[in-house]
Every structure is written in C-alpha cells, then in structure tokens.
Design a protein. Structure first.
Length: 488
C-alpha cells in the first residue's frame, strides 16, 4: 500500500465586510479623527504653498502641520486595520473557515485488498484533524489514474474502504435480511476485531455531517449506538446488565424489522409465566437447543417435568436467557465497539452531536439511499432534447422495475462514486457533444453528472435501437464486466 498524508493550506475566497455598527466607540472616534486629519493635511499643504513666498514662516508651519496630520492618518490606518482584522476573524462564519483536508495518495486496487492497513494509516490522521477542526476534509489521488478530487474520488475511496472492511476475512459481519446491509459481530476475546470496529466508528463520525461512506451498515447499528450512554460506551460491554442488554436487543431487532423473537422478549421481561407461555416457548424449535438436557424428551421438551416445579421453570427461563445472549450479544458487542470510536471523535471535537441525531436521519445522511424510486426521481435533465428525454425515461423505468438491488448499487457507484445517493444529491443528465455522440453514457462522479447522446449514433442508426439495446449499452459501461453483456 502506498499512502501519504500531508496538510494543504486552503485560502478562502470569501471576503467579509465589517459592519460599521460592529466597531466600538474608540474605533469610530479613530475613523473620524483620521478623516479630519486627511482633510486638514490637504488644506494645510495647499495653503502653505500659497503663503510660501509672502509668509515663509507660516508656510513652513503649515507644511509641517500637514505632514504631521498625514503621519497621524497613516498611524490611525494601521491601528484601525489591526482592530478590524480582529473583528473580521470574530465575524467569520464557521462554515467558511474551511479546514485543510487530509490528502491521500493511494493505489485504488489496494483499498479493498488491504482495508485494515488503510484504516490503520487513516485513523491517526483523522484523530489529529478532528482535534483541531470541526468539519471533515479529504482529498484523494489514485496513483496511476487521472482525475482531480472535487468530491467524487473521496466518495469512491470511502465507499471502497468500507466495502473492503465488510468483506475482509479478518472481520465478521452479519447481513440483515430486511436490508441486505451489515451489522458488525464480536466475541469477548476478539480484541483486534473490536479495535478495527472502533477505528471504523472514528471514520464514520469524522465524516459527519458533510461526507458519506456509501450504503453498507444496517440502520439498526445506529439505533443501538445512539441508545448507549457516554458512560456505557466508556465501560466494557461485559459490564452491561442483562436487563439493559434486553432493552438494546429490542431496539436492534425492531430497527431490523425482525419480529421473530417478540415472544422471547415478552417472556424474559415478565417475572412470572403462565403455563401456556412456558409451553409455547419451550416447544419453539430455535430455543430447544438451549434447554437443559434433563428437561428434554428426545428432541421435544418434557412438559410434565417442566410443570412439576418452579425450579424447572426457572431453568427453562435460564436456557432462554442463554439463547438470547448467544444470539444477540455478538451484534451488540460489535456495535458497542463501533460506538466507542464514534464517541471519541465527538469528544475530540467537543461536540454534543451524540445527543442531537435521530438514528435514521444520521444513517441516511451518512450512507445515502438505495431506494429505487428515490433514485429514479432524482435523475433530472434541464433541457428539451427528445432523444435524451427518451433515454432518461428508459433509464428511470429500468431502475424502478427491472434492476436488481446489486445493479442499482453499481449504477449509483458509477455515477456518483458511492453506493448510496446522498440525501441532498441529484443525478444531472447532460448532453454529449453532438459531433462525437456514442451509444455509451459517460459519468462525472464529482458532479453526479451523466452524459447521454443528444442524437442517434451510427450504432443506433444501423441497428434496431430500443430500450433493450440502450440498457445493454448502459450496463456495459456502468456495470463493466460484471454486467456480462456484449453488444451484438
């Protein structure tokens, strides 16, 4: 891996006018005296020139007076300039005090191959940056590839980094069925793994609120993370009581729209069970593996024995608690580590961000959207060319009705640099050069632009060009070899 980090000084192009009302009384008096001095100096010099022959002494006196007034005006100018600079600094909006970015020079193919190594190099730079700047800044150069980063390459880098981490064999992620997105898993002994999750959390919070990482983590990760208190994050996960974990389990599975274990939570939250509830829980196939062997009859719970005593019923309860711990603790432990990294950046920035964000809003802002209808609705064209309007219509229909989830991810990545369209982002369709129109689109990820041909190309003229052939051409470019298409 070839990574280098340097600081770049940005010169703000913004100019500020200091309102007269913001000047204090001393400055107002200084301005008035300066103006009087300038006028007096001009008058004195002119009068002295007229009196120089007839009254040389008076002429010399007025000349000296004029020069003195000029010197006083110059002195007042520098004093006022210094004070005004202080005011300008105080009045500068924080959003315009742009921080110098972290500059990366990387080999693009190595990002997914060596994601943990990239993360190890990036994290110290992020911590130093977060300690002095409240907003993120990143500029990426892919070695051996053309391109200037105006936002697109940074999105591409972060997206590849998180995709590489989730696919990394050294880590462990579980895919949530309802979203096809990931949740980190960790066991008590997985120290190295938890350290990586903490670093991922640092990158996540550092990117907030102006950058996003692509759509990779299930929103339930943030529902749990933001439900943890600062004290719970600072302490080990193992310190959390089972009752507190049970509460977090509910947040996790509710956010994942998983109601498989609602019955389990109901039982575990009750201090006493009805007999029919015990029987219903004990006979659930997914729970029986955790029940004591002596309470089983072959592979079925021995209900007569279970009914015999409260002690046996409590042992059933303990078995269900064990199931809950085994099933859900790894997810909570992984999220707890991730939250630790996120919270550390808030501390470095001296930010109250932890209590400000709605988890769903935070996830959407950080990762963007892969909702097919939203993406199609955000494809826009400001012209009136019929050819482009037709092709744009075909593209929207394909995204809404025919494209797979994976194809949508790849298309958004191709156009924007990230596998998620930001909450405020649009895809802007623009016209190709008429003289060199081709059937293939061209994307500009820094500006989320997609070029389409405004006139039929020679290929389109010679062939029966239709929506099917247009989508083939589009897939061939946008999805690359993964599309497995050839033009015939």
């Amino acid at each position: 891996m070839n990574c280098a980090y340097t600081s770049v000084n940005l010169v703000s192009r913004a100019t500020f006018q200091v309102p007269y009302d913001e000047m204090n009384r001393t400055q107002q008096i200084a301005v008035a005296i300066g103006i009087i001095c300038v006028i007096g100096a001009v008058l004195a010099i002119f009068i002295s020139a007229g009196l120089d022959g007839a009254y040389p002494v008076a002429g010399n006196f007025l000349s000296c007076t004029g020069l003195g007034l000029v010197a006083t005006s110059i002195a007042l100018y520098f004093i006022l300039r210094r004070n005004t600079a202080d005011i300008r600094q105080q009045l500068s909006p924080p959003s315009l005090n742009r921080a110098p970015p972290i500059v990366l020079q990387v080999v693009k193919s190595e990002i997914k191959q060596l994601p943990v190594e990239h993360l190890d190099t990036l994290t110290p730079a992020i911590m130093g940056h977060a300690a002095t700047h409240s907003a993120p800044g990143l500029r990426v150069t892919f070695l051996g590839q053309p391109g200037v980063d105006d936002g697109g390459l940074s999105k591409d880098y972060l997206d590849d980094l998180f995709q590489g981490l989730i696919q990394c064999e050294r880590l462990c992620f579980q895919t949530v069925e309802s979203s096809s997105l990931a949740v980190p898993l960790a066991q008590p002994e997985s120290v190295d793994m938890k350290n990586v999750y903490q670093q991922m959390g640092m990158v996540i919070m550092w990117c907030t609120p102006t950058m996003h990482i692509g759509s990779h983590l299930d929103p339930s990760v943030f529902f749990v993370a933001f439900n943890l208190t600062a004290e719970e994050i600072d302490n080990s996960f193992e310190v959390l009581s089972f009752e507190r974990r049970l509460e977090l389990y509910r947040h996790l599975l509710t956010a994942q729209n998983d109601h498989t274990h609602d019955e389990l939570f109901t039982l575990l939250e009750n201090t006493s069970w009805k007999e029919e509830e015990i029987q219903a829980a004990a006979t659930r196939a997914c729970y029986t593996n955790c029940l004591p062997v002596d309470l089983m009859l072959s592979d079925v719970p021995n209900m007569p024995i279970i009914r015999e005593s409260v002690d046996n019923q409590n042992r059933v309860r303990e078995g269900l608690i064990e199931f809950a711990q085994v099933f859900l603790n790894p997810q909570l432990r992984g999220i707890h580590a991730l939250a630790g990294g996120m919270h550390s950046i808030c501390i470095l920035r001296d930010s109250e961000m932890w209590v400000e964000y709605d988890p769903l809003e935070f996830s959407a802002r950080l990762q963007g959207s892969l909702d097919k209808n939203k993406i199609a609705d955000r494809i826009r064209y400001g012209g009136d060319n019929d050819e482009i309007l037709t092709k744009m219509g075909w593209l929207k229909e394909w995204i809404r009705e025919d494209a797979s989830d994976l194809e949508v991810r790849q298309v958004v990545k191709y156009i924007t640099g990230s596998t998620g369209l930001g909450e405020t982002e649009y895809i802007q369709v623009i016209s190709q050069d008429r003289s060199s129109a081709v059937p293939f689109p061209k994307a500009h990820s820094c500006d989320n632009q997609l070029e389409l041909a405004p006139v039929p190309s020679s290929y389109e003229t010679e062939n029966d060009y239709s929506k099917v052939n247009f989508i083939k051409c589009f897939k061939l470019v946008a999805l690359g070899e993964a599309a497995n298409y050839t033009i015939v």
